[in-house]
Ligand binder design. Structure first.
Ligand code: ADP
Ligand code: MG
Length: 258
């Protein structure tokens, strides 16, 4: 159906999409100081699918927010596709984020009075592309998550899983090279969660690099590599052996109608 890649797959780029070196993050809370990241070093290559696990408070979201250029580390370096963004100010971070990163959160954060297509289009409003191209890209992104036929639906007319798929389409619309998802299945039942993982596996098969935070082991094993955070550090970093295919798992799961 699609011949053109739906997101950037620039092959001649250096292999590491993301590289962090000795990242630290402090939050100042009045008199106290929270040391949320305590020296995180890591490389993630193009085409990887990484799951991040760890107890609540272990620094997962802090780390994702830095990877997603939503926040800056207190110390250490961050290279995004070879560019050192550690010293970028807010404006420069926003710019690079909009070009290279798609972000999906636990809450879908869709605008209520806005259709699936318009919600998907939102990130393109900060780019220079024209209206026609905007609609085209948003339609393509919705098709990628299997919602081509729901373009004119409002969030209230869609299930939680469909709303999260719109949020994924919105994250893809600017054709990022990396998709970051912080507990994207946190509000979903188990079948719907696996459906979301099927979409993520499909996108990863097409070359998209994915980093996913989850506290569920069953979800993490759909990734290719699992990191475990504890007390602001990476304590484990292992490849997943015999990872399940979400499409296969779904066949064995009961549907809601059963
Ligand atoms: P996780 O996502 O693994 O649950 P977080 O990254 O949200 O962990 O939090 C790591 C630590 O940093 C926790 O101790 C948390 O309380 C603290 N923290 C997170 N965000 C802030 C913030 N904006 N201000 C102050 N402390 C924060
Ligand atoms: Mg978190």
């Amino acid at each position: 159906m699609e011949s053109k890649p739906a997101f950037n797959q620039i092959q001649e780029m250096p292999a590491a999409v993301l590289r962090v070196e000795d990242l630290h993050k402090y939050y100042e809370l009045g008199e106290t100081r929270v040391h949320a990241l305590r020296g995180v070093s890591l490389g993630i290559e193009r085409g990887e699918f990484v799951a991040i696990m760890g107890a609540s408070g272990s620094g997962k979201s802090t780390f994702m927010n830095i990877l997603g250029c939503l926040d800056r580390a207190s110390a250490g370096r961050y290279f995004l596709e070879g560019i050192d963004v550690s010293q970028h100010d807010k404006k420069a971070l926003a710019l690079i984020r909009n070009q290279k990163i798609g972000f999906v959160f636990q809450g879908f954060n869709l605008l209520a009075r806005t259709t699936a297509l318009e919600n998907t289009e939102l990130p393109t409003l900060y780019t220079k592309i024209d209206n026609l191209e905007r609609k085209k890209r948003a339609s393509e992104a919705l098709a990628l998550v299997g919602l081509a036929d729901r373009a004119q639906h409002y969030p209230s007319q869609m299930s939680g899983g469909q709303q999260q798929r719109v949020a994924i389409a919105r994250a893809l619309v600017n054709r990022p090279s990396i998709l970051l998802a912080d507990e994207p299945t946190g509000n979903l039942d188990s079948r719907t969660s696996v459906e979301i993982l099927q979409i993520l596996q499909d996108l990863n098969d097409k070359g998209l690099t994915i980093v996913l935070v989850t506290h569920e082991h069953d979800i993490a094993e759909f990734a290719k590599r699992v990191l475990v955070f504890r007390d602001g550090k990476i304590r484990k970093d292992d490849p997943v052996r015999d990872r399940p295919r979400a499409a296969e798992v779904l066949k064995a799961l009961p549907t809601l109608e059963d």
